[in-house]
Design a protein around this ligand. Structure first.
Ligand SMILES: [Zn+2]
Ligand SMILES: [Zn+2]
Length: 365
């Protein structure tokens, strides 16, 4: 038995579809047949050579946002991480990262801050079990990896973003907190931002303001119930956008502002949009080596809090699935993903994603 995989080596070299043999499934492991894998913004950074996910230039399978079906269970695996019975044919989603459970951060109850959590991402796919990334027909869930059964009511296109975009914003807002009636600003209505609209609303946000420029994304943000859009095309400078935001908030600024763009320069603007005593959530900026000028006194004198969040605690994925089950008919989650691409079309899908022409490209295996 063999399975196909899109193998990435380095920036500028198209991914090649190769076939790897399926290896025996060891105790505690699960072999998953991947149904769908999405191209996340961080995958685009990897593709552009801007972000290594802990790996060097070597043959590897990238991608981490996916949903699949249990193909074979290793010895000893009878349930998912929530204790739900698991059998062949069940659909599952899983954490794509690996908190080690024994470092200082893990032992202090902060697995999201584990310095070892990304070490297995970017490893080469050359040795068995090969299938350790999303853009392939199979994925090998390793012993100890957190895995959750996907409820039957949630279709694949809604379930696929759960383990990255949805869990990420859900956990980010858990960290900042959102009070009933709060004003929440969302910088960037890509995969993260669109999910963030639904999560902020369900956590009680009363006024959701989205900053965006792409017409398709603006349309989707409105469909998700954004109360106001600050269109970058009509407000081309940060000063104009901050002023537009202040007009919408009685001059105060927002209770919570979320940076979901990955563009460092928006940070200054985001602080300018946060009310005194408010919180600024950083999620999008994962690329190192970039600098932005910030006046620290705006944070100190304004009693503002900056919260940086990357990955999440395992429970967030379980919460994300419950969130989808309850809200799947309330928000057009099915419209987030682009038309599907085949695995063989992965290079095109990446090019379109890098150009911002699709909100979330999706590869259907
Ligand atoms: Zn991601
Ligand atoms: Zn750790």
């Amino acid at each position: 038995m063999k399975g196909k995989a899109a193998v990435f080596v380095k920036k500028g070299i198209p991914m090649e579809i190769v076939e790897y043999p399926l290896t025996p499934v060891g105790p505690g492991s699960i072999l998953v047949k991947v149904n769908r894998a999405n191209i996340c913004g961080s995958d685009v950074h990897v593709w552009k050579g801007e972000f290594p996910w802990g790996g060097a230039d070597q043959p590897r399978i990238i991608g981490h946002e996916m949903v699949g079906t249990v193909y074979e269970l290793g010895a000893g695996v009878t349930t998912d991480s929530a204790g739900e019975p698991l059998k062949v044919g069940d659909r599952v989603t899983y954490l794509y990262f690996f908190p080690c459970g024994r470092c200082y951060a893990c032992l202090h109850g902060q697995p999201q801050a584990c310095p070892n959590t990304m070490a297995r991402l970017g490893q080469t796919s050359t040795p068995p079990p090969h299938f350790i990334g999303a853009f392939a027909e199979y994925y090998y869930v390793q012993p100890g990896q957190y895995v959750y059964k996907v409820p039957d009511e949630i279709p694949d296109d809604m379930a696929a973003p759960a383990n990255c975009a949805l869990s990420q914003v859900l956990y980010g807002f858990h960290k900042t907190g959102i009070n009933v009636g709060d004003t929440v600003v969302i910088q960037g209505a890509g995969g993260l931002g669109i999910n963030a609209i639904a999560v902020a609303r369900e956590m009680g946000a009363g006024n959701i303001i989205v900053i965006e420029q792409h017409p398709d994304r603006i349309k989707l943000a409105k469909a998700f119930g954004a109360d106001h859009i600050i269109d970058i095309n009509q407000n081309p400078t940060p000063r104009e956008r901050i002023s537009a935001l202040r007009k919408l908030t009685k001059g105060r600024g927002a209770d919570v502002v979320a940076e979901l763009t990955g563009i460092p320069a928006v940070s200054r603007e985001g602080i300018g949009m946060t009310r005194m005593g408010g919180k600024y959530l950083w999620i999008g900026n994962i690329r190192g080596g970039q600098n932005v000028e910030i006046d620290p006194s705006a944070v100190v004198l304004g009693n503002r809090t900056i919260v940086g969040v990357c990955t999440y605690e395992p429970w967030a994925l379980s919460s994300a699935l419950g969130f989808l089950r309850r809200n799947k008919d309330k928000y057009p989650f099915g419209n987030i993903l682009s038309q599907p691409f085949k695995l063989e079309e992965i290079n095109t899908a990446f090019e379109l994603s890098a150009q911002g022409k699709v909100t979330r490209a999706t590869i259907v295996m």
